[in-house]
Design a protein around this ligand. Sequence first.
Ligand code: ATP
Ligand code: MG
Length: 392
Amino acid sequence: MDRTYDLTLSSSTSWLADADAQAVCAALQDGGHSIFFVGGCVRNALLGLPDSDVDMSTDALPERVMALAARAGLKAVPTGVEHGTVTVVSGGKGFEVTTFRRDVETDGRRAVVAFSSSIDEDARRRDFTMNALYADASGRVIDPLEGLADLRARRVRFIEDANARIREDYLRTLRYFRFCAWYANPDEGFDPDAIAAIAANTDGLETLSAERIGAELQKLLAAPDPAPALAVMRQTGVLGVVLPGSDDRWVSLIVHFEGLLDLPPYWLWRLAALSGEDVSDRLRLSKADAKEHDRLKVAAFGGQSLREIAYRDGEKIALGAALLRACMAETPPDKAVLETINDAAQAKFPISAADLMPKFEGPELGARLKQLEAVWIASEFTADRDTLLKTP
Ligand code: ATP
Ligand code: MG
């Protein structure tokens, strides 16, 4: 097979134009091997979108990659040799170079792989046709599995048998929804084969670690509009397994409201709109994200004014609270809220402890500061220092 298309990516494509990436390619080619860019970087270049990372694929075995990199004066680190990955450092950047592989055995979570010299075999063990696209160092596209046609139609399609692909690795169910949210044509609907296979295999999702589920869901929620994918996740039973008690009803509303206020998407707002039980644990959120998520929910559903939230917790949490309150009221937020929140987030309380001493000390000092701060917030930050100090 090894279909080479008469299609060459523009030489201005960031990773093609990157001399450090080219140096990695040259090191392997000088040793008589082939090396290709693969996966998301090729897919996104073809879509005209920025890429998140650059992966490479080669017919050279890992030890050979190490040796050829060294010969070219590049540092090589065996970051995942057992599954064929060597990180080659070029110009201070790490490039993951993985030997062609085929799956020998899979258990739904991890695979035992064998190295291969065939790009077709390597393509077949990937997840979706649009992710099995390769480009050589000159930008020529190689498409072993007709992924290009699917990509052009913005169709996320499992490679060959969807049911088999999912049973090999249940994370692919979540990746399916993530790629649909980011790249699919929403008017085309979802691939019936994929949906049937996903719905028949929700049990396997229980075997996935919280980290992997969390990382995928975060990427899904960061898509411009994750609502249609989340609705199908609910219908197929996937959402109920990964985030019990969640409800996607508000997600399309919050996306709509973000648009009305010209706010860039923020995954944590959407996550808060989804709700659910033990969200931080189930998704193994980082400490900082978990704290922000908790604070956002308290802010949104508590009684504080948006001004006070913005002053105390910053702009992002106040905006999230405004959006979630709008969802609750099923009424678009007023645009004026942007300025209110922006101003309040920058407001500086004009009184310091030194202003109150020595008249107040110890716990009384703390209580007085709190009292004056409350007066100041209630005045919508207009009360000045002198007025505040005269407060009885
Ligand atoms: P992005 O980097 O934008 O998240 P990507 O497609 O590059 O998207 P990665 O997770 O970086 O995704 O993986 C790189 C490539 O490796 C994918 O394009 C796909 O070909 C393959 N791949 C990754 N994870 C899996 C998986 N669970 N099953 C099969 N193939 C996978
Ligand atoms: Mg990638």
